[in-house]
Design a protein around this ligand. Structure first.
Ligand code: AMP
Ligand code: ZN
Length: 141
């Protein structure tokens, strides 16, 4: 059964209790315009089921989600005559997640639009980098 959270605004959108500017849906996914866009045409794609973060989304939904992101992304770029497209996804408040129903942002970008992404840094040493790679890889065994 598809999980729902009665207090979740995105579950209310899925249920039709709150309106949205829907652009596309599949059996498991819904795509609609973000109400406060970075640029017009900014779309949110999400599983219809309530999963709090990316890590909670069942792997079986992966094919539907990625196909939807690709299909909607193409349409967003065409509709907005965009030169580029960002796929963004926030997990937990520390990373900027405000709505705790996992969702993906498709943001059309225009050459010279002046938006910058997060700053990048480096590692103190190659040991620090390889050590962290080993820890993450170990957790994936
Ligand atoms: P995040 O920070 O990744 O949790 O993003 C939540 C996004 O949901 C924000 O970009 C909001 O503008 C958007 N949002 C919140 N409520 C609605 C709504 N009712 N309809 C469309 N977008 C919404
Ligand atoms: Zn929800």
């Amino acid at each position: 059964m598809t999980p729902r959270d009665k207090d979740c605004i995105f579950c209310k959108i899925v249920a039709g209790a709150i309106p949205c500017a829907k652009v596309f849906e599949t059996e498991h996914c819904l795509a609609f315009l973000d109400i406060a866009p970075v640029h017009p045409g900014h779309v949110l794609v999400m599983p219809k089921g309530h999963y709090a973060t990316l890590m909670d989304i069942p792997a079986e939904l992966g094919a539907d989600l990625t196909a939807t992101l690709s299909r909607v992304g193409k349409a967003v770029m065409e509709a907005t005559a965009a030169d580029g497209l960002n796929l963004m996804q926030n997990n937990f408040e520390a990373a900027g997640q405000v709505v705790h129903h996992a969702h993906f942002h498709l943001i059309p970008r225009h050459a010279g639009d002046g938006l910058t992404l997060w700053p990048q840094s480096g590692y103190e040493s190659s040991d620090e980098m390889s050590g962290l790679a080993k820890i993450i890889a170990g957790l994936l065994k």
